[in-house]
Design a protein around this ligand. Structure first.
Ligand code: ZN
Length: 52
């Protein structure tokens, strides 16, 4: 397992799945990266949209 962790930019709310925290947000360049602790919360960003 690679051990990916989830990090969210507090500025633009972009979520990254990386093995280590990024120095800056790859989207807006801010340094407001915070690790998401709850896997269920992070997974919701990547989970496929349920079919109606
Ligand atoms: Zn950002």
């Amino acid at each position: 397992m690679l051990g990916l962790r989830y990090y969210a930019c507090q500025r633009c709310e972009t979520v990254f799945a990386l093995p280590a925290p990024p120095a800056t947000c790859g989207c807006c360049g801010a340094e407001t990266i915070e690790e998401l602790r709850a896997d269920s919360t992070a997974a919701s960003y990547f989970a496929p949209v349920e079919q109606p």
